[in-house]
Design a protein around this ligand. Structure first.
Ligand SMILES: Cc1cc2nc3c(=O)[nH]c(=O)nc-3n(C[C@H](O)[C@H](O)[C@H](O)COP(=O)(O)OP(=O)(O)OC[C@H]3O[C@@H](n4cnc5c(N)ncnc54)[C@H](O)[C@@H]3O)c2cc1C
Length: 460
C-alpha cells in the first residue's frame, strides 16, 4: 500500500472501539426453546428483541460476535426505504409502492422510538442524505428523482452547482439532491451492541462464537447443531445474510459481493473548513458505480463502495477482505473528490460481504415445512430495512397472516442467479456493462436492457 494508505490498518473502524462489549459464552450441551434465531446482525437481533418483547422464549446463536458481519461494517446510512430506493420500488411494485413507503416510514419511526426507549446511543443524526451528480447526464437524473420523490411525499431540495458546493465543496460536483427526512446516520456497531443488550435484557438467550453447522428436522421441531452444543426449537428464523446459507434455496437467490471501505484520520478544524460540510449530511454519487461517504462522530471521513467484487462459487473468506487495487482506486477517487485534503492519511480499511439479490431488497424463504424462515438479500440497504425483515420473518414463521405477509414484496421471489460458471460470467458482464453505461452518458447497453426486461440486475 502506498501514499495515503501506507499507515492504514485492516480493521473495521466501528468495531475498533472501547465500547465493544465482552463476548458471551458459546452454546454448550443440549438446549430447548420455542424460537431459535441464527445470526446476530441487525435482522437476527431485531427478530430476537421483537419476539422476546412479545413474550416468546428465544435463543439467538451467533457464529462470531453480534454485529461482526455486515451490521458492524457498513456506512451507517439508515434509510426508511424498504425497496432499495424509490426508483427500484416503483419499477417493481408500482401498485403497492405507497404502502411500502408508509410501512418504511413507520419502521423508521419505530427504530428511533426503540433507541430512545431502550437508551441505545447509536450516534443517531438526522441531517439527511445528498445524492450528488458528478457527470452531466446525472444532473437530469436528479431532477427526475426530485419530481418522483415529491410526488410520493418526500421532503427533497434540488441543489445546483453553487448550492451543492456551498454545502460540501468538491470540484467534481455538478448538482445535488438533498433528501431531508426519513434517514439517519448511525454508528452501526453501537446500534448492534445496543440491540444485543436490549434483547438480552428482555430475556433472549444469546450465545456467541456458536456457528450453526447443521439444521435438520427433528419430529415436529428443528435441531440446530453447533460445535459444542445443540438446540431444539419449534421455529427458526435464519438471519445469516451473505454467509453460506443453512438451507439450499437461499443459494440461488443471494450472492456475496464484497464492498470496500476506507476511513481517514480525524480532519481537524482547518480541513473541515476547507470542505464545508457543516450540516454533516451523508453523501452518495448518482452513477452506477458510486461512492457513499459521511463524517464519523469524531470528524473523520468514511468513504466506501465503487467497486463490488464477486468471487467464483459465492467465495467468502477473510483473505478476500484485502484487495490492494480496490483500496488504491478508492484512495485515488477520494483525492479527486477532495483535492483540498491532500496529505490526509487513511487509518482504517476493511471490506464486508453484501447479500446481493437480483431485486436489491430483502427476500423471504421457507424451509423444513415452514418451520424455518429466512430473511436475506438487502443488497446494501439493510440497516433500517432489517427491522422490517425481522418482523416479516416472525409473522411467516408463526404463520400469521398480516398486512406485511400480504405484500407482493413478501410473497414474490427475485429472479434466481444461474449456476456456476454462468453466474460468475454474468456478474462480470454486468459489472463491465454498468461501468460502460456510466461513461456513455448513462445509456444502458443491450445486456443491461435484457436484465431490466427480466427484472434482474446487479447493485451493491
Ligand atoms: C461494507 C458495507 C457497507 C454497507 N453500507 C450500508 C449502509 O450504509 N446502509 C445500509 O442500509 N446498508 C448497508 N449495508 C448493508 C447492511 O449492513 C446489511 O444489509 C445489514 O447489516 C444486514 O444485517 P443482517 O443481520 O441481515 O446481516 P449480518 O449483519 O451480516 O449478520 C449475519 C450474522 O449471521 C452470522 N452467521 C452466519 N452464518 C451463521 C451460522 N451458520 N451460525 C451462526 N451465525 C451465523 C454472521 O456471523 C453474522 O454476524 C452495507 C454492507 C456492507 C458489507
Amino acid at each position: 500500500m502506498v501514499g495515503a494508505l501506507a499507515d492504514s490498518e485492516r480493521k473495521v473502524f466501528w468495531l475498533d472501539s472501547p465500547a465493544a462489549p465482552e463476548p458471551l459464552p458459546p452454546l454448550e450441551g443440549p438446549e430447548r426453546c420455542a424460537l431459535a434465531v441464527v445470526g446476530g446482525g441487525f435482522t437476527g437481533l431485531w427478530a430476537a428483541l421483537l419476539a422476546a418483547e412479545a413474550g416468546e422464549q428465544v435463543v439467538l446463536l451467533e457464529g462470531d460476535r453480534c454485529g461482526w458481519g455486515a451490521s458492524g461494517r457498513n456506512g451507517g446510512f439508515l434509510e426508511a426505504s424498504l425497496t432499495h430506493g424509490l426508483e427500484n420500488g416503483l419499477a417493481r411494485w408500482p401498485d403497492e409502492i405507497d404502502r411500502l413507503i408508509a410501512i418504511g416510514r413507520a419502521n423508521f419511526a419505530a427504530i428511533r422510538e426503540t433507541l430512545e426507549r431502550r437508551d441505545i446511543d447509536a450516534a443517531w443524526d438526522e441531517s439527511g442524505l445528498i445524492d450528488v451528480a458528478t457527470r452531466p447526464h446525472e444532473v437530469s437524473w436528479l431532477a427526475e428523482a426530485a419530481e418522483a420523490a415529491r410526488a410520493h411525499g418526500e421532503d427533497v431540495v434540488l441543489l445546483d452547482r453553487d448550492a451543492i458546493r456551498a454545502e460540501v465543496d468538491s470540484p467534481t460536483y455538478l448538482a445535488g439532491l438533498w433528501h431531508r427526512g426519513e434517514s439517519a446516520l448511525v454508528d452501526p456497531a453501537r446500534l448492534a451492541w445496543g440491540l444485543r443488550r436490549a434483547a438480552h435484557e428482555e430475556g433472549a438467550h444469546i450465545f456467541e462464537r456458536s456457528p450453526v453447522r447443521r439444521l435438520r428436522r427433528d419430529g415436529n421441531r428443528v435441531k440446530l447443531e453447533t460445535d459444542e452444543g445443540s438446540l431444539r426449537a419449534d421455529r427458526v428464523v435464519l438471519a445469516t445474510n451473505a454467509y453460506p446459507p443453512l438451507v439450499r434455496s437461499v443459494r440461488r437467490y443471494v450472492i456475496p459481493v464484497y464492498d470496500y471501505v476506507l476511513v481517514t484520520e480525524p480532519l481537524g478544524a482547518e480541513r473541515r473548513a476547507a470542505i464545508g460540510w457543516r450540516r454533516r449530511q451523508g453523501l452518495a454519487d448518482s452513477g452506477n458505480r458510486f461512492h457513499y461517504y459521511r463524517l464519523t462522530p469524531d470528524d473523520r471521513i468514511l468513504w466506501g463502495a465503487y467497486e463490488a467484487i464477486y468471487h467464483f462459487r459465492n467465495g467468502m473468506h477473510q483473505r478476500l477482505e484485502e484487495h490492494a487495487p480496490t483500496f488504491e482506486l478508492l484512495a485515488r477517487n477520494f483525492a479527486r473528490t477532495f483535492p483540498q485534503l491532500e496529505g490526509i492519511r487513511f487509518t482504517h480499511r476493511w471490506a464486508g460481504a453484501i447479500d446481493t439479490c437480483s431485486r436489491f431488497c430483502v427476500t423471504f424463504g421457507r424451509a423444513l415445512g415452514g418451520r424455518a424462515v429466512s430473511a436475506v438479500g438487502y443488497t446494501g440497504l439493510g440497516v433500517g430495512a432489517s427491522r422490517f425483515g425481522a418482523r416479516v420473518a416472525l409473522d411467516l414463521v408463526h404463520r400469521r397472516e398480516t398486512e406485511l405477509t400480504r405484500l407482493a414484496l413478501v410473497r414474490t421471489r427475485p429472479v434466481p442467479f444461474p449456476p456456476e460458471p454462468l453466474r460468475y460470467a454474468a456478474v462480470q458482464a454486468t459489472r463491465r456493462a454498468l461501468a460502460r453505461a456510466d461513461e456513455r452518458g448513462g445509456r444502458r447497453g443491450a445486456w443491461l436492457q435484457l436484465l431490466d426486461r427480466i427484472g434482474a440486475g446487479f447493485d451493491s
